[in-house]
Ligand binder design. Structure first.
Ligand code: ZN
Length: 84
């Protein structure tokens, strides 16, 4: 997952109407790119260490699928020496 931070004063994107710093997230669920104003993002969560899900996706559903995925990976690790 990638995380970008851009400021509108750089004039990179005219679609940024406000002069706020905007984070550009890639949805970890569907892969869509979506924007979120810095004021709406918890600074501690504005990092690639956290998963981000767009408005079109169900966060709880995604969290569940990640949980299943992680369990699946650990299960494989526990029962096999094969590298993924
Ligand atoms: Zn999504």
């Amino acid at each position: 997952m990638r995380l970008y931070e851009r400021q509108s004063k750089l004039g990179v994107y005219h679609t940024f109407h406000r002069k706020n710093t905007v984070y550009v997230f890639k949805c970890d669920s569907c892969g869509d790119i979506f924007l979120r104003a810095r004021s709406q993002v918890d600074p501690e969560r504005a990092s690639n260490d956290y998963k981000h899900v767009c408005n079109n996706c169900d966060t709880k559903k995604f969290a569940q699928s990640v949980g299943v995925k992680m369990r699946h990976i650990y299960k494989i690790d526990a029962s096999s020496t094969k590298l993924i």
